[in-house]
Write a protein that binds this ligand. Structure first.
Ligand code: DQA
Length: 161
């Protein structure tokens, strides 16, 4: 399995930003942990973080071999990524474009939040992704990333091609 982990806006500040909400583990710590976990699980793990909505859309398209940099005669290329884990940050609550990209590539995904979005401002309860996600994780802190990777590696139904 080839798994892609995407972190959206402000998650580069994990561990520094609002530690009472998001904890003190940094994104580098999270990535080091899940990379070694991926080795143990025998899966390939790619990671990507961006503060820019369009860059995340590009990354999702590229996961299917359909990125804007791929020429049309290469579009038949088989899918490369079998599952996506995404913490979309605030794009969760705003982005039709990220939703459309995930549906467009038709790669199963896990939606992940460090904090419990249901115990915060009411507008954080709404997600543009949850109704299409294979699983939704929230409120587990940085451990959520480990839970998501183990699920994606061992339990998730994916197309193996
Ligand atoms: C978040 C929750 C979002 O509401 C927020 O905008 C974030 C992080 C989380 O991991 O808890 O940036 O996705």
């Amino acid at each position: 399995r080839h798994i892609l982990l995407i972190n959206g806006p402000n998650l580069n500040l994990l561990g520094k930003r609002e530690p009472h909400v998001y904890g003190s583990t940094t994104l580098d710590d999270v990535i080091a942990t899940v990379k070694s976990q991926a080795l143990e699980l025998g899966v390939e793990l790619e990671t990507f973080q961006s503060n820019h909505e369009g860059a995340i859309v590009d990354c999702i398209q590229e996961a299917a071999g359909w990125g804007p940099t791929v020429k049309s005669d290469e579009i038949k290329e088989r899918k490369k990524v079998s599952a996506i884990i995404i913490n979309p940050g605030a794009l969760t609550h705003t982005s039709v474009a990220v939703r459309d990209a995930l549906l467009g590539v038709d790669i199963p995904f896990i939606e992940l939040h460090v904090s419990n979005v249901h115990a915060r401002e009411p507008w954080r309860k709404h997600s543009y992704l949850s109704d299409k996600a294979a699983a939704v994780i929230c409120g587990m802190g940085a451990f959520g990333y480990k839970a998501a990777l183990e699920f994606a590696a061992k339990h998730m139904e994916v197309r193996e091609d």
